[in-house]
Ligand binder design. Structure first.
Ligand SMILES: Nc1ncnc2c1ncn2[C@@H]1O[C@H](COP(=O)(O)OP(=O)(O)OP(=O)(O)O)[C@@H](O)[C@H]1O
Length: 241
């Protein structure tokens, strides 16, 4: 039994798009500072799984709790306030808003914040991400793909989430930027968050993951340890096209 109460528990989760039954009974548990890789071929439901946890897709059955608090059926807003950060595949940089305004929106989920804390937190982000600092007054959507990914992750980071859902962070990015993005994943983990990471770049994802699950047709068909060679081999067999 885990002694630390900070824990994600997903059990018997199902979700649909209309009549299409996409997530078909997923169980996942994770503790703080655990990075869980979610792998699978295209269209098996990885993105839908993250969206269901984030409340973007309503679960039709099952339970999701974080530190014992029930998230199932809550709106995306309330789930966000409960400490769940979501970095979606398309990054969702708000059009018409500057880098700084995008970061300020990330802070809206922090309870009891003051404008002084807010300023300090954003300055902390600029110290960590110089490029965002240099571009603070630029529209977020004018940043490069890598910078937008950085902004999307920084926007989640300012909210000090307990659980972070990250969908395909390396998609379309050059290897050097990918390394930077994965360094941010490690930082989020080191700050105590649980991370669920959907990623096509299996090699990079396994370098940060502790454990992983393979999804097929909305179900977990294999679970393994990132450090186990036999588990890695089985993973590669399962996701080979
Ligand atoms: N908004 C939607 N409405 C209806 N069906 C959808 C919607 N979004 C996705 N689907 C379908 O749900 C299934 C699972 O899609 P999902 O995007 O979750 O898979 P994925 O494993 O993340 O795939 P990929 O790696 O290609 O992103 C697919 O068959 C997809 O066509």
């Amino acid at each position: 039994m885990r002694k630390d109460p900070a824990m994600l528990a997903i059990s018997g989760l199902h979700s649909h798009y209309g009549r299409s039954h996409i997530i078909q009974g997923v169980d996942i548990t994770a503790g703080p500072r655990e990075v869980i890789g979610i792998f699978g071929r295209n269209g098996v439901g990885k993105t839908t799984l993250l969206k269901t946890i984030a409340g973007w897709v309503r679960p039709s059955e099952g339970a999701i709790t974080l530190d014992g608090e029930t998230l199932t059926g809550l709106t995306p807003d309330r789930i966000c306030h409960a400490g769940v950060g979501f970095v979606p595949e398309d990054r969702r940089i708000f059009p018409g808003l500057t880098v700084e305004e995008n970061l300020s929106l990330g802070l809206l989920q922090v309870k009891g914040r003051s404008s002084r804390d807010e300023k300090r937190t954003i300055e902390g982000i600029y110290d960590r991400f110089h490029r965002l600092g240099e571009r603070r007054h630029q529209l977020g959507t004018t940043l490069s793909g890598g910078e937008q990914q950085m902004l999307a992750m920084a926007r989640v980071m300012v909210g000090k989430p307990r659980l972070v859902l990250i969908d395909e962070p390396s998609e379309g990015l050059a290897p050097m930027i990918v390394a930077e993005i994965f360094a941010i994943v490690r930082e989020l983990r080191d700050q105590g968050a649980i991370i669920l990471l959907v990623e096509q770049n299996v090699h990079e994802a396994l370098s940060v993951a502790d454990r992983f699950h393979v999804i097929e047709r909305g179900q977990v068909v294999f679970s393994g340890e990132a450090e186990s060679q036999p588990d890695r081999e089985q993973l590669l067999r399962l996701i080979a096209v």
